[in-house]
Each structure stands twice: as C-alpha cells, then as structure tokens.
Design a protein around this ligand. Structure first.
Ligand SMILES: [Zn+2]
Length: 446
C-alpha cells in the first residue's frame, strides 16, 4: 500500500518499537544481529513492522534500541524509504520492555502504539487505534486465545472489554482461567503512563498493564483474529516463517470467509453426562483436544453450537454454564486447542418442570435443528459455507447441517445418532471427534 492510500481516519499515528533486547534466545541463528533485524521470509522483522505501520496510517516511529543499535540505525535511516519518519533512541542501560518508553514520554504524542521489536504482525492498526480513542481507554492491549494458556499470563475482561483481572503465570491447580493472553501490541494514552514510576527496569505486563488494570484504570482488551506472534526463539521463527509462506500474514486475512467446523458440545467434545449441570462432571471425549488442534492447524475456524435446556429447566444458571465453558476451554488448552466462539440456546420448548424459568420456555429459532445459532455465527465470523462442516452426536445436529447447507459428520460417541428425532442422513459417520477431524481434513477442497 502506498502512502496515498493510507487511511486518513487513523487517529493514532505514532508507533514506539521496543527493540533493545539482546538476541540471547536466538543464539546460533542471529549471533551478530539485533533481534529486530532477523529476517523472516527474506526481510527483517523490523521491515515487516514498518510496512504494516505505513499501510495503517502511522506517520512517525520511535525505535528504542540497545544492543547493536547502530545496525538498526543504519538499516532504517530516516525512514523515508518506508514512507515514515523514523527516529532511533539508544538505550545505554537495559530498561526492560517499558523503561525506555516511560523515560521518553515527553517526546511522544498524546496516543501512541507500542510493539516489541521481535513481533511479527499483520494488524489493521488504524482500526485498533480508532477503538482505543473511541472507548477513551488509558491503555489498550491486543488479546487473543493461545495454544499454551497454562504457562501464559492471562486476562479477565468484563462484557464491555475492560480488563478486570490479570493472572500472572504460574497458575494454581484447580482454577479455570479464561484463555485470553495479551500480545505485545499496545496503544497507550501518554498521560495515563505518567503515574507509573519510571526508575530502572520496567515491564509492560508487570508494571503497566497489571497495575493499571487492577487499579480501575481504563485498560481495554482489543480482541482480534489478526496475526501477532513473537518470533524471538528459533522454534517460533520457524513457525512465523511458515505462517508467512502460508499467507497467514496477509493483512485482512482474518476478516475473509473461513472454512469452519461447527461442533456440538455434549457427547461430541465432552462426554455425555445426562444434563451437564456442573463443571465437576466435565470430561473431554478422548482425543477431542488433539482433534481440535489438528483442525485449527489445518486452517479451520472452530465454533461450538450447543443446546443448553438446563438453563430453561432451572438446573443450571448462566453463571454455572459459563464456568463449564471456562473449564472446557482450560481442558482444551492442555492440548493446545481452543474454540473461536461459543453459541448456546438456553431455551426449552416444553413447560411443566419444577423450578423452570418461564421466560425461557417455548419455541425459539436457536434450538438445534433451528438455524438461529448458525445465523448469529455467520454474522460474527464470515463463513466459507462450501468448505464448512457440522460435527455432532445427535440427529438434531445432522438436521441442523441439512438446513444450513453444511456437510455433516455423525460421531458414534454420546447419543451416537440413536435419539431417533430427525431422519436427516449424515454425509459421514465417524467413531469419534478424532476420526471426524481426519475426515474433514481429508475431504475439504483446498
Ligand atoms: Zn433457543
């Protein structure tokens, strides 16, 4: 994208790149290079960042460099060849991820982005900056689920997206935390950072995000499927290089219609336990975590669609169902798997149970095989219907697939299709979710 096409509406036009880190984790790959100049697909990661910034309406960049700063300065020059004004500040003593930025606040504008120098990103920064300004946030952090939540710092957010708790790794046994991690991409309101002590080593997670979040400042979580990944170890560098080659870093790729697998919950992902009303009873079907990881690695988006009449019947409240889903995410996380979204129908058509909630009784359009959850999912997650699937253990799941145009797989776990309610015929039958995943991967056209 050339400068003339850059979005004029970008409200945050300054980027701080924290590139002071020594490449100690990259020993053998880049002994004589600062991490920011390590090549990914033939170009330094710093160049990928500058190109992403220019395409997003960023005009000025401050690079906080330390180790081998002269090589970074020689590479970027004044930034004009990237369509940017670039300044390199040299950190003489290492100040952590945040120290140099905090010391330089007076040279930075009212709002600015921050990214670490070893992070590959393909993000519409203009959209993220707009959200930060519109929501009048003090600090905005890019967040996403990840495939190793158990050894990551995790964030709890409220329904409006504000960070309300930060859980630092390591996590205690027996808790089920949300699988939401912050990527090293932030937007800061300069004056909100003035309250943070700026002597010595400072880290964005420990000294900025966590204390601002718990002190009730406006720390906003910007959740997006866009690509942000650190490439600071040889393994991650290899992964990021592969992702680049596979087109996962195309800006906007996250917003394109994606092949999707819709998944039923009880009897498909987790063992059928009658009406599951407590997280204590949750147990994954053997191989389910690995199956979902295989599907994600194969490029599929994963959406769960579940009928939960336990809510209408008064057997479990919304909070308990939330806890069940939090535990489900935690268990899946142990296998490096996660769901992109969850849709549930809390209704039940028949009245007459003691303790039931009348407002949730009666017909609805979302109870499978009704298509309401599919329609909601399709609005939230652009869908490549021709390459998408439904996997479930009940005839209602297969009828749901028939009505929505999804290809279907009946799994022989849970009800195993023996409930006899609908006559729809599945496209495939599989022993379990693991086998279903292999069928999906083998029979979806590229
Ligand atoms: Zn419903």
């Amino acid at each position: 994208m050339s400068l003339s096409e850059a979005p004029l509406s970008a409200p945050v036009r300054h980027l701080a790149i924290v590139a002071g880190g020594r490449g100690t984790r990259m020993a053998g790959v880049a002994d004589d290079l600062p991490k920011a100049l390590v090549a990914v697909g033939g170009k330094p990661v710093l160049q990928h960042q500058l190109e992403c910034a220019a395409a997003s309406g960023i005009e000025a960049v401050t690079i906080f460099a330390g180790h081998l700063a002269h090589r970074i300065a020689a590479f970027v020059g004044d930034g004009s060849r990237f369509g940017l004004r670039v300044k390199v500040e040299v950190e003489t003593t290492p100040l952590g991820t945040a120290g140099a930025v905090l010391q330089a606040l007076d040279t930075l504008p009212e709002h600015f982005f921050i990214v670490y120098g070893d992070v590959m990103l393909a993000v519409d920064l203009a959209a993220m900056g707009r959200r930060h300004v519109e929501r009048t946030a003090d600090f905005t952090t890019f967040v996403h689920p990840n495939d190793h939540p158990h050894d990551s710092d995790l964030l709890e957010i409220d329904e409006q997206g504000w960070v309300v708790a930060v859980y630092r790794y390591p996590h205690p046994e027996g808790v089920f935390l949300p699988n939401l991690v912050n990527a090293a991409l932030y937007v800061a309101r300069r004056d909100a950072l003035r309250s943070i002590g700026r002597g010595g080593n400072r880290d964005f997670m420990q000294h900025v995000l966590a204390p601002l979040g718990v002190s009730g400042r406006r720390v906003l979580a910007y959740r997006s499927r866009e690509y942000v990944k650190d490439m600071g170890t040889p393994d991650r560098l290899e992964q990021v290089t592969r992702d680049l080659r596979d087109g996962k870093l195309d800006r906007g790729a996250a917003h394109l219609p994606a092949p999707t697998v819709f998944l039923d919950r009880d009897g498909t992902i987790n063992e059928e336990r009658g009406f599951l009303a407590s997280h204590d009873e949750l147990e994954l079907v053997p191989g389910a975590g690995r199956a979902l990881r295989r599907l994600r690695d194969g490029g599929f988006r994963l959406l769960m669609v579940t009928n939960q009449p336990v809510i209408a019947r008064g057997d479990a409240c919304e909070e308990e169902v939330d806890t069940i889903h939090r535990r489900l995410a935690w268990e899946l996380g142990k296998h490096g798997a996660y769901l992109d979204d969850i849709y549930l129908c809390p209704h039940h058509p028949d009245s007459g149970f003691p303790g039931e909630r009348p407002e949730l009784k009666g017909p609805c359009d979302c109870r499978k095989p009704g298509t309401g959850m599919f329609e909601r999912a399709r609005r939230d997650h652009p869908l490549d219907v021709g390459r998408s699937w439904m996997v479930g253990d009940r005839t209602a799941d297969i009828e749901f697939a028939r009505r929505t145009g999804l290809r279907s797989i009946l799994v022989r776990t849970g009800a195993a299709g023996k409930d006899g309610k609908y006559a729809a015929v599945p496209n495939h039958v599989a022993a379990d979710l693991g086998e279903a995943a292999e069928i999906v991967l083998a029979s979806t056209p590229p």
